[in-house]
Design a protein around this ligand. Structure first.
Ligand code: ZN
Length: 279
């Protein structure tokens, strides 16, 4: 499931294709994904120009010259492909934008959303309603922004008896982190996923906040590298081979101490950790 770094990579890949370019046409293949799609979506997008792209948590926000925002939620299995020639759409290609050429170029671009499980979503709403949007309202700070710090993390976790692992997944406390990067940041900080969130204070909060930023930045860097190395027109974007220390590594040696990585289930999701390095 795409988390902050994968979504950031998708945003970066979409930038040259969408920014300052006009929508020639939009194709909407169904009336719903995870939730119903906006009424008249294709009609409302036609001839609009994307002015800028941003990201909030796990969502790409594509701002339009109409004063509206097109929100992309990749869900569990959503992926984006970019083509320079009109592709034949498959069964799971639910949405496509046909983009006018960039200045100085003569080819169109096509952006296709593929989502076999349909847990993703697309929404279109007024920019002024961003803070009230159901997926964005109440979202915690961006971990790569200056609104995030060890002190802020400590305050957000204060008094919470849930595990720090589950607290990291709570989007109202911190934005964009999912199961992969929660596990990785906890390993890097030497903190057990079972530890109560409320005990993350002082030096521990420092270590965790630093590890979160380091982990996410390294993954974004990997995403950027994979874009440069692998994305050809028509290539899928947003998924890349992450360098993972513990996630999915149960039974393998810890990269730090060679003890075997353990796995436990917390709130229905697997946690991976080294019981020697993480306390
Ligand atoms: Zn270890």
């Amino acid at each position: 499931m795409p988390e902050l770094p994968e979504v950031e990579t998708v945003k970066q890949a979409l930038l040259p294709v969408l920014e300052n370019r006009r929508v020639l046409s939009a194709f909407v293949g169904r009336s719903n994904l995870r939730w119903p799609l906006p009424e008249n979506l294709a009609k409302r997008l036609k001839n609009r120009v994307f002015t800028r792209l941003t990201r909030r948590g796990k969502y790409v926000l594509m701002h339009l010259d109409s004063g509206e925002v097109l929100l992309l939620h990749l869900g569990m299995s959503g992926s984006v492909r970019i083509y320079q020639q009109k592709p034949d759409l498959g069964q799971h290609d639910h949405f496509m934008l046909e983009m006018a050429p960039q200045i100085g170029q003569n080819y169109l671009s096509y952006v296709v959303l593929n989502d076999p499980r349909r847990f993703g979503w697309i929404d279109l709403f007024a920019e002024s309603a961003i803070l009230k949007h159901k997926l964005l309202a109440g979202m915690g700070p961006e971990p790569l922004s200056n609104k995030f710090s060890a002190a802020q993390l400590e305050a957000a976790f204060k008094g919470r008896s849930v595990s720090v692992k589950n607290a990291l997944l709570n989007q109202t406390l911190i934005a964009g982190i999912g199961n992969i990067y929660a596990n990785e940041a906890l390993f890097l900080s030497g903190i057990s996923p079972r530890r109560k969130a409320g005990t993350i204070t002082g030096e521990r909060a420092n270590r965790l906040a630093t590890a979160i930023v380091t982990t996410l930045r390294a993954a974004i860097e990997d995403g950027g590298t994979s874009l440069r190395d692998h994305v050809q027109p028509g290539g899928e974007i947003g998924y890349f081979v992450q360098r993972l220390a513990v996630y999915g590594q149960a039974g393998k040696p810890c990269p730090r101490c060679s003890s075997l990585i353990k796995t436990i289930i917390q709130s229905g999701r697997s946690s991976f950790y080294c019981s020697r390095c993480q306390r």
